[in-house]
Design a protein around this ligand. Structure first.
Ligand SMILES: Cc1cc2nc3c(=O)[nH]c(=O)nc-3n(C[C@H](O)[C@H](O)[C@H](O)COP(=O)(O)OP(=O)(O)OC[C@H]3O[C@@H](n4cnc5c(N)ncnc54)[C@H](O)[C@@H]3O)c2cc1C
Length: 411
């Protein structure tokens, strides 16, 4: 059984592909009767492979593909990908609040949080979750009540199988988006100037940024600006981004909503590579953080090792801290240390990822992004939910007291 990360070797005993809610209920019942561990497979993009369980029963929701749009609300099946939902919303001149890659499951992304180009204007994907149907641990299908819906906004797949979500859409004509690449040797100056720019970024502007090697091996710093707003103002911000250094490439222009999901497609294609990931949040790109990142980039073992950064700001920071289980509402930069390998095996890459994490730790906020924190990052997960941890525990106790769903080890 293959998922996005080829290093995941978990072997389930059974995979049940479900096409409707009744089949999901039956599959949950079967796992319980047979005493099998249970997991839920959506888009298969969790790097830690939590969609699969060893010798257990995997409920594959990939057949739940319903998508309807009514006014500014989309109803999407639990197996719909981000791109499928975006295409449907785009046909009505709107956008789904999603991430940066189309093949990621919209449900997996949303219930774990969902950082993306609309963070500043619309918040997290989870902030736009209006309702859900869920098959609970006892096999019953329910409409999520206030508590369960709250927990699904960041608490991950710990409460049941989400067969359907209702999500709020945002008006969308065209965005101004693309890529501005700088030579790797400009990393220090570009990241330092980017820190100043992010501090002034309006809600309409998202800048995904990081460091990677180009296909020909040239080290590069990348910025992926997305501006959703009045185009001439967006063009001015793109010019400011181009002035962060001396760009090698600048390809930014009007794009459709679906094109906003292509920012990282090629870099992170599911092409047989093994992956590991570490993450933490820093309050800003301070000079110490920039120095640690540049040092890490200079020592990365291969072209498959990447630093990726999402800017959490604007609308996402203005949500009440207790409005969703997601626990960090302070402005920050979410740093992803992504390390990939082919035949050379994981050792060097895992070492680099750990060293980079350790170098950044002293500048980090407590916690991190639970959707990307691996099973070994328990201390960070405990802190990630902050003051919301107690309510999250009580919702877990109410809906899944026997711990049938084990997606994220909750505090
Ligand atoms: C290439 C790539 C790009 C990414 N980009 C972003 C990004 O821009 N922003 C961001 O925030 N995150 C991003 N992520 C992280 C991603 O959002 C999470 O890994 C997410 O959990 C993946 O969901 P999935 O359904 O594709 O994966 P899966 O591995 O199938 O599922 C992930 C988790 O969600 C649970 N789950 C999935 N569907 C359901 C369901 N219907 N009901 C109950 N539980 C369910 C699974 O059991 C599992 O625990 C990215 C990951 C990758 C690999």
């Amino acid at each position: 059984m293959k998922v996005w990360n080829s290093a995941v070797t978990t072997q389930p005993a059974q995979v049940v592909r479900c096409g409707n809610e009744a089949e999901v209920s039956a599959a949950v019942g079967r796992a319980r009767e047979e005493g099998l561990p249970l997991s839920v497979l959506g888009g298969g993009h969790d790097w830690a492979g939590r969609a699969l369980c060893e010798n257990g029963l995997v409920i594959d929701v990939g057949g739940l593909k319903k998508i309807t749009v009514e006014d500014d609300v989309a109803t999407v099946g639990g197996g719909v990908t981000s791109l499928e939902a975006m295409d449907a919303a785009g046909a009505t001149g709107q956008a789904v609040v999603a991430g940066t890659v189309g093949s990621v499951g919209l449900t997996g992304l949303t219930i774990g949080g969902g950082y993306g180009p609309q963070l500043g204007s619309r918040g997290l994907a989870a902030d736009n979750l209006l309702g859900a149907r869920v098959v609970l641990a006892d096999g019953t299908a329910v409409e999520a009540d206030e508590d369960l819906l709250w927990a699904l906004k960041g608490g991950g797949g710990n409460f049941g199988v989400v067969t359907e979500m209702r999500v709020r859409l945002s008006p969308f004509e065209t965005a101004t988006a693309g890529v501005v690449l700088f030579p790797g040797e400009q990393a220090s100056e570009v990241f330092a100037a980017l820190g100043d720019l992010l501090a002034q970024a309006p809600d309409e502007l998202a800048v995904l940024s990081g460091a990677m090697d180009l296909p020909d091996g040239t080290p590069a710093v990348y910025t992926n600006p997305t501006w959703v707003g009045h185009p001439p103002l967006g063009a001015e911000w793109v010019r400011r981004i181009e002035r962060l250094g001396t760009p090698m490439v600048s390809q930014v222009g009007p794009v459709s909503s679906s094109a906003t999901l292509r920012a990282a497609d090629e870099m992170f294609a599911a092409d047989g590579r093994g992956w590991t990931l570490r993450t933490l949040n820093v309050p800003e790109l301070s000079s110490e953080v920039v120095k640690a990142i540049v040092t890490a980039v200079q020592s990365k073992p291969s072209a498959n090792d990447v630093i990726n950064m999402h800017h959490f700001h604007g609308a996402a920071t203005r949500m009440a801290p207790d409005s969703a289980a997601f626990g960090q509402r302070r402005e920050h930069v979410m740093v992803e240390i992504i390390s990939g390998w082919r035949d050379d095996g994981p050792e060097l890459h895992e070492k680099w990822a750990d060293e980079t994490l350790n170098a950044l730790k002293e500048y980090a906020l407590p916690g991190g992004y639970p959707n990307l924190l691996g099973p070994d990052a328990h201390a960070q997960i405990v802190q990630a939910y902050g003051n919301n941890a107690a309510r999250l525990r009580s919702v877990k106790e109410k809906y899944d007291p026997q711990g049938v769903f084990t997606a994220i080890p909750l505090p």
